[in-house]
Ligand binder design. Structure first.
Ligand SMILES: [Zn+2]
Length: 169
């Protein structure tokens, strides 16, 4: 684990709240509360572009605003616009954004001559990778993503009953 990142947690808005739980609205997953209670340096990243005060205010109150990374509202329908928040997060953390094969979209280490669906060889050109590849890279660097936080939360038996940070949920 990279010591530099040992306290960093990166959660998406979907990691924080979800539609699971049966109700019509969003309910908390407890992951942000757990990360805050553990003293992690929490960063929130999203492919969303807009904050909704009625459902987002409670968790915004738990993080530093400069640690919030949303997508680009002006370019929200392109891959690049959707990844804008993720790209900004990487810049903040000082991590180079991963590149992918322009033809097969695989990471260069996995790109082979038969990667393309049509069987033609890849050209060798590179383009910025998808944000999901970026997220995978964070895990490899030892940064806690939502999946890791969830696993630690379950393993420690932590529940929201232990949370005393705020009642504004
Ligand atoms: Zn390729």
């Amino acid at each position: 684990m990279t010591v530099q990142f040992e306290n960093v947690a990166v959660l998406t808005t979907s990691d924080i709240q979800s539609h699971l739980g049966g109700g019509p609205g969003l309910s908390t997953t407890g992951r942000l509360e757990f990360a805050v209670s553990r003293g992690f340096d929490v960063h929130v990243v999203s492919t969303r572009t807009v904050l909704v005060p009625s459902t987002d205010a409670w968790w915004l109150a738990l993080i530093k605003m400069e640690n919030l990374f949303f997508a680009d509202d002006k370019d929200r329908y392109s891959d690049e616009g959707m990844s804008a928040g993720w790209r900004a997060l990487f810049e903040r953390l000082g991590i180079e954004w991963p590149m992918a094969c322009a033809d097969c979209s695989f990471s260069p280490e996995y790109c082979t001559e038969v990667s393309r669906v049509d069987g033609e060889p890849c050209s060798g050109g590179l383009v910025p990778a998808h944000w999901m590849d970026g997220r995978d890279m964070l895990t490899k660097l030892g940064i806690r993503t939502g999946r890791v936080v969830r696993r630690e939360m379950k393993a420690s038996g932590w529940t929201l009953d232990e949370w005393t940070g705020t009642n504004a949920r």
